[in-house]
Design a protein. Structure first.
Length: 168
């Protein structure tokens, strides 16, 4: 009834294709998913996305080409938390059904995705401007990580020591 699922699938398909093309190490992780289908069910939105593993890409669509090997269901926030790089545990409220090896390969592909953004930016904008843009984005990313980590530490310290809500 709405074009949103197809638009989301097309956008994700393009974004994943670009990121994989910029990641030299993604080939082996993609091989693990070749011929596999993962259904990603976005609860609360009523959107089902199918990820089809192919030799050189991970295609995303709203069409079911074959029964999924693995179904991953959860809210968009829980799914995002699960797929975030360097995240130590899966998101709460995520259910995984079907082939566990396929689910692990899919998670590994997303978590270990490491596109060479510097090469992409210098190729697009030239060596000087591309490098400066990459450096700016890297500094913003590092600053955001630092602020997030510092805020979490300060909130934890406040709850433990200052507020008296928890005893040490």
């Amino acid at each position: 009834l709405t074009p949103l699922p197809a638009m989301l699938a097309a956008g994700m398909d393009q974004a994943i294709a670009r990121a994989l093309a910029l990641d030299d190490g993604s080939g082996q992780r993609l091989e693990e998913l070749e011929g596999r289908t993962i259904l990603l069910r976005l609860e609360g939105l009523g959107i089902d996305l199918y990820f089809h593993g192919q030799a050189d890409r991970l295609a995303v669509s709203v069409d079911e080409p074959a029964p999924p090997d693995t179904t991953i269901s959860g809210s968009p926030l829980a799914l995002l938390a699960m797929s975030a790089p360097r995240r130590r545990r899966t998101g709460r409220g995520v259910r995984i059904e079907g082939d566990a090896a396929t689910a692990q390969s899919f998670e590994r592909l997303l978590k270990q995705l490491d596109p060479d953004w510097q090469a992409a930016l210098t190729g697009r904008f030239g060596p000087r401007l591309g490098y400066r843009l990459w450096r700016l984005l890297a500094d913003v990313r590092d600053g955001t990580r630092h602020v997030t980590s510092t805020d979490a530490d300060q909130a934890s310290r406040f709850v433990r020591r200052e507020s008296g809500l928890l005893e040490e």
